[in-house]
Design a protein around this ligand. Structure first.
Ligand code: NAD
Ligand code: MG
Length: 478
């Protein structure tokens, strides 16, 4: 079905942000080249245009950054919490002031729609800094004893799906608690972290408190293995999370891991169908489905399957896929050629294993990395598309008859990060939620984030909590 309205192009101006042709590493308050001078390129996934060249940090650079952070720790950790709070509030305000630049930059480097960077990522990033700024002078009231101490230097490695938001989740609580950090952004999305380095300078943050090292997995591996760090925080794939857990085992480094997911979105026969459809669409097509807590498995009660799927297909047919800088775009580009290849391979396995594939007619741009919003029905629990994290705009639909069957199927996963429940009955919501092995359970909504709520997983989705009061614990010696 063609969309009901034709939309005129409404592009956000890319001229609002200046992108330098090259960037160095941010160590001890200064930008510098990598010790061996190596660089790599970052592209815009919607056009494959090269945006900039960034430094590839070596082991020697990791060492220099950790040394700078250790030195800065002496004075930063000794500051009264109220002084640290001033810096964090200042950073939060600068993020708000520069949010239009940051939203455009993030959209260019990541490929996600400007509607999302503008209305979700950036407001949440600022909110996270405001929230933890408020904790900095209240740590003795956080429930971790009368005099909670920071750990030292935190080594933080983040992914490319929410580059700046994951940076905020890592840096804000670390600094509030009195730690200093060395952070490595993902190799396909380094630019917003480098912009943040500039914000740290603008805020007058003391040198060495925040260090940003761009580079690939080898830089991340060198960082987590460095003897000078006291804490490792990682968000990314389960495979790399396991490798990091092995590196850290036997040391006294503290570790939090936020890994993948295969979230079940459960729709009961009494659910408000139109609202559920919106939640399902938001749950799997937000950020092109490249979301660890995506609702990638739809569990629908058998009696309403036909009605729900008809409504879902109609809604999917109205999704606008294309230029991420266009303010009307709902679904942008896939972050990289590698990620597109992973999504394509897993989706093809769905067809090969006998599931039924459907996607609305939509024209994809000829350059860049694109994948149409896709739905699989006739999916069984044994199919790879029901078990493995696709991390793309692909929804696998399974059915159930009773609440007990819904719970059993939802929990039949190596992961345990998120789940959704759609029903009009409050008692059923609570009964089902209490049986789900998922760190976050949403009821009659999905993908709602708030800096005050803890977030994290069970099983292979990782351990530790980020956000809220709970998120402080990972950065305190408790
Ligand atoms: P990845 O885990 O390889 O990359 C995440 C971060 O870890 C990047 O900064 C990367 O440079 C770094 N890294 C890679 N190897 C490392 C190592 N040995 N030691 C330390 N750091 C290392 O993820 P990917 O390859 O970009 O994506 C693969 C899959 O991971 C995706 O398809 C998706 O399923 C999952 N993923 C999950 C999340 C999440 O939010 N939980 C984010 C991104 C990807
Ligand atoms: Mg990029």
């Amino acid at each position: 079905m063609a969309s009901l309205f034709e939309y005129a192009p409404a592009p956000e101006s890319r001229a609002v942000v200046d992108i330098a042709p090259s960037y160095g590493l941010f160590i001890d308050g200064e930008f510098r080249e990598a010790s061996d001078g190596r660089v790599f390129k970052t592209v815009s996934p919607s056009t494959e245009e090269v945006l900039s060249e960034v430094a590839q940090a070596t082991e020697a650079d990791v060492d220099a950054a950790v040394k700078a952070a250790r030195k800065a720790f002496e004075t930063w950790s000794a500051l009264p919490g109220s002084e640290r709070a001033k810096y964090l509030f200042r950073i939060a305000r600068i993020i708000q002031e520069r949010s239009r630049e940051l939203a455009v930059l993030e959209t260019l480097d990541n490929g996600k729609p400007i509607k999302e960077t503008r209305d979700a990522d950036l407001p949440l990033v600022a909110a996270h800094f405001f929230y933890y700024a408020g904790w900095a002078d209240k740590l003795e009231h956080a429930g971790f004893g009368p005099n909670p101490r920071p750990l030292g230097v935190a080594g933080q490695v983040i992914p490319w799906n929410f580059p700046l938001l994951m940076l905020a989740w890592k840096i804000a609580p670390a600094l509030a608690a009195g730690n200093t950090v060395v952070l490595k952004p993902a190799e396909t999305t380094p630019l917003s972290a480098l912009f943040f380095a500039d914000i740290c300078r603008q805020a007058g943050l003391p040198k060495g408190v925040v260090n940003i090292l761009t580079g690939d997995g080898s830089t991340g591996a060198a960082l987590v293995a460095h003897e000078g760090i006291a804490k490792v925080a990682f968000t990314g794939s389960t495979a790399v999370g396991k490798a990091i857990a092995r590196t850290v085992a036997g040391t006294d480094k503290k570790l939090t891991l936020e890994l993948g997911g295969k979230g079940a979105n459960i729709v009961f026969d009494d659910a408000p169908i139109d609202q559920a459809v919106e939640g399902i669409v938001h749950g799997i097509f937000f950020n092109q489905g490249q979301v660890c807590c995506a609702g990638s498995r739809l569990l629908v009660q058998e009696s309403i399957q036909d009605e729900l799927l008809d409504a879902l297909k109609r809604r999917m047919s109205t999704l606008r896929v294309g230029d991420p800088l266009d303010k009307n775009t709902d679904v942008g580009a896939i972050n990289s050629a590698e990620q597109l290849a992973r999504i394509t391979e897993l989706a093809d396995s769905g067809t090969a294993e006998g599931a039924e594939r459907w996607a609305p007619a939509c024209e994809l741009p000829s350059s860049g990395y694109w994948f149409a919003p896709t739905l699989f029905t006739n999916v069984t629990q044994a199919h790879r598309i029901a078990r493995e994290e696709i991390f793309g705009p692909v929804l696998s639909v399974l059915t159930f008859r009773t609440p007990a069957e819904a719970v059993a199927k939802a929990n039949n996963s190596q992961y345990g990060l998120s789940a959704g429940i759609w029903t009009e009955k409050g008692s059923r919501m609570l009964a089902v939620a209490s049986k789900l092995r998922a760190g976050v359970v949403w009821a009659n909504t999905f993908n709602k984030f708030d800096p005050t709520s803890p977030f994290g997983g069970y099983k292979e989705s990782g351990f530790g909590r980020e956000g809220g009061r709970h998120g402080l614990e990972a950065y305190l010696d408790v």
